[in-house]
Design a protein around this ligand. Structure first.
Ligand SMILES: [Zn+2]
Length: 441
């Protein structure tokens, strides 16, 4: 049983802290038995059922996977229906589970907002978020920025650089914006990741957590729709068009936006939108620990986005992504030397890019002849053939595909792994800082 004990309002009624008990399933939670969500607004006027939505959104999936009942004193009637629909959708993706879990409550409320005409958009500055911003700019959506989601709460350095990036960005300057700070990725232990043999946040938590944790904001600002940009994936994931679009509470519904577009098409839409405008938007795509600026330019995600921009006829530098000297040669070598992982997800995304390369739009920056050779190889789909072969080799070597060595270590030695991650982050920043300094001297 997981039991919500109390909801504490603090920091001038802007912070919600959920205190809970979890007899029988303690090992899945950190000792503090609480997590918080902090808004910039005073949320004390929200009804108890609305304040309970974020707790349920983060805790219900855990209860399903642990076959544990979940108790809250008060519940929103619309969210109760919604969470049961989402439970059935998740069960479909995890057929080996039972999901023998019930939501128990003392009181049920039905809340209607008077004027739920406004919209909001979860905004990270990446390709998906920018595409949804372009598609819904006319609605003047409230942009929502999270600290504690893709940027860890303790990583104040990255948050600072992210904030300065947002301050330089046009959409932020002209639209209403809310920052939400939370530790909702940090109240459970590695046992939860082990339960799904993957990252809990990515595989289960993030769609429901990122959207429904906004319930108090939706109540205050009259948000009828919350857009979450689709991710281009083709497997069970914490955010899908089906699960996200089933999320609703009070007078608010969540919309998974842009799933009909591939990632390559989204980049194309961004390029078309800004082609004739002098200032292009800076895209924030990089999650590399080693980066010192907005995007490192050499990780798989940076290079994938940069190459897609280039093949749409844009200069990646205009969009804030630096390029290696010979980007196409670098790309092939990074896969061949194992610096970039070969997996089914990458394979699908690189196939989209190969199709673009085959259409051979002229690039608007000069590349040396040796790099043109690799560009032709890309157009001839040699990269996807290489990735495909690597995946098959890994399958036959290991027997169990896609659970790499690092994930296994993380699951078996959780504490040691989290210390390792912290050290690695510090070390790579230190090394990048020094190599940059040496280069400048
Ligand atoms: Zn990068």
């Amino acid at each position: 049983m997981i039991r919500l004990e109390k909801i504490l309002l603090s920091n001038n009624n802007k912070r919600l802290t959920y205190h809970f008990q979890c007899p029988g399933v303690e090992s899945y939670f950190k000792r503090k038995r609480s997590f918080f969500i902090e808004y910039e607004e005073d949320i004390s006027t929200c009804p108890a059922s609305i304040l309970t939505v974020p707790f349920l959104a983060n805790m219900a999936p855990i209860a399903w996977f642990l076959d544990a009942d979940l108790y809250v004193p008060t519940i929103d009637s619309t969210f109760l229906k919604s969470i049961n629909t989402i439970k059935a959708l998740f069960l479909h993706h995890h057929p080996n589970r039972n999901f023998q879990s019930n939501i128990i409550y003392d009181k049920i409320e039905t809340i209607y907002s008077e004027n739920p005409l406004k919209t909001a958009l979860l905004f990270s500055g990446g390709v998906d978020a920018f595409t949804s911003f372009i598609r819904h700019a006319k609605e003047s959506p409230r942009l929502i920025l999270y600290h504690g989601a893709d940027i860890p709460l303790r990583d104040t350095l990255q948050w600072k650089s992210c904030q300065s990036y947002f301050q330089r960005l046009d959409p932020i300057a002209t639209l209403p914006c809310s920052i939400v700070k939370t530790d909702f990725r940090e109240f459970y232990t590695y046992h939860l990741h082990a339960l799904v043999s993957a990252d809990w946040w990515a595989l289960v938590q993030h769609g429901l957590a990122l959207t429904a944790s906004l319930a108090p904001l939706a109540h205050l600002h009259g948000l009828g729709k919350i857009y979450i940009a689709s991710s281009d994936t083709d497997f069970a994931w914490g955010s899908t068009p089906e699960t996200d679009s089933a999320i609703r509470w009070a007078s608010t519904q969540v919309i998974n936006d842009g799933s009909e577009l591939s990632r390559a098409e989204k980049v194309g839409l961004i390029v078309e939108t800004y082609r004739d405008l002098p200032a292009k938007p800076l895209l924030r795509v990089c999650y590399s620990d080693a980066k010192e600026s907005l995007n490192c330019g050499v990780c798989e995600k940076c290079l994938r986005t940069a190459v897609t921009l280039a093949l749409h006829g844009a200069n990646p530098m205009d969009y804030g992504i630096p390029l290696p000297d010979k980007p196409f040669q670098y790309l092939f070598e990074a896969f061949q030397h194992g610096r970039f992982a070969s997996n089914p997800s990458n394979l699908r995304l690189w196939k989209q890019i190969e199709n673009l390369a085959a259409q051979a739009k002229p690039l608007n920056f000069i590349i040396p002849e040796s790099d043109r050779y690799y560009l032709r190889k890309l157009a001839q789909k040699e990269l996807s053939q290489f990735i495909q072969l690597s995946i098959e080799r890994k399958r036959t070597e290991k027997g169990t595909p896609y659970i790499n060595f690092k994930t296994k270590v993380a699951l078996q030695f959780p504490l040691a792994f989290s210390v390792y991650l912290g050290l690695r982050r510090r070390l790579s920043r230190h090394l990048t800082h020094h190599s940059n300094r040496n280069r400048l001297q």
